[in-house]
Design a protein around this ligand. Structure first.
Ligand SMILES: CC(C)(COP(=O)(O)OP(=O)(O)OC[C@H]1O[C@@H](n2cnc3c(N)ncnc32)[C@H](O)[C@@H]1OP(=O)(O)O)[C@@H](O)C(=O)NCCC(=O)NCCS
Length: 188
């Protein structure tokens, strides 16, 4: 084998290496985590999928949002990392303690990935991690809602066994126009 061929082969291997995908439940965000999750949030909002935000708020608002998530006992933060950099997240939202009638169910919410982290299978891993958390904490059902325009998210939920149970015609108001939303559920 010639030296020239070996050099070419090494280069092509490094170019085609798949990034490492990891997901984890976090109880704390250090300064670097906070910076990364704010970057990912801004990028997702700019790309049109920022769990309610239509345009990115100031950095201090974003930082306070994420610090606040960790302070709320009903919220569980699950992050996804691509090559060890936080690229997106989802949250499990538990019902308040007074809601005994719905204590069996929780919500999957604020699910997003920065555009550069899409297409690597992280979305499915985040949802599975959320499901595992919910199951091991005694929940029997996960509910979620999503704008009808979020095709990738809808495809992911259907692939992962969520059933569409309803449509809200005026789910969100984007640039003066109503956008429909879909409601999904899954027994776990
Ligand atoms: C939803 C989101 C987290 C999914 O992450 P992702 O990395 O894009 O997910 P995937 O690459 O696994 O793609 C999801 C699926 O959609 C498919 N898909 C891609 N483009 C699509 C399109 N335009 N229409 C329908 N399906 C599409 C993919 O092929 C994949 O299906 P497969 O696993 O059967 O191949 C990400 O796209 C995102 O952050 N979107 C904006 C925010 C959002 O919609 N959040 C959900 C709110 S509940």
């Amino acid at each position: 084998m010639s030296e020239e061929f070996i050099t070419f082969d090494k280069k092509s291997v490094s170019q085609t290496r798949l990034p490492t995908v990891t997901v984890e439940t976090l109880n704390d965000l250090d300064a670097s985590d906070l910076s990364e999750i704010c970057d990912a949030t801004e990028e997702a909002i700019d790309a049109g999928g920022g769990f309610g935000w239509i345009s990115p708020p100031s950095r201090s608002v974003l930082e306070n949002y994420w610090r606040g998530v960790l302070l709320i006992p009903e919220r569980v933060l699950i992050v996804g990392k691509l090559d060890h950099v936080i690229a997106g997240s989802c949250q499990i939202l538990k019902p308040p303690q007074n809601n005994e009638a719905q204590a069996f169910s929780c919500q999957l919410t604020t699910f997003f990935l920065a555009p550069w982290a899409r297409g690597y299978g992280m979305a499915g891993q985040l949802v599975i991690e959320a499901e595992n958390y919910a199951k091991s904490n005694g929940f029997h059902t996960i509910n979620l809602d999503v704008r009808a325009t979020q095709d990738r998210a809808i495809h992911s939920f259907e692939t992962l066994g969520f059933s569409k149970i309803g449509t809200h015609p005026n789910y969100a108001l984007i640039e003066g126009k109503y956008v429909a939303g879909y409601y999904f559920t899954k027994q776990i």
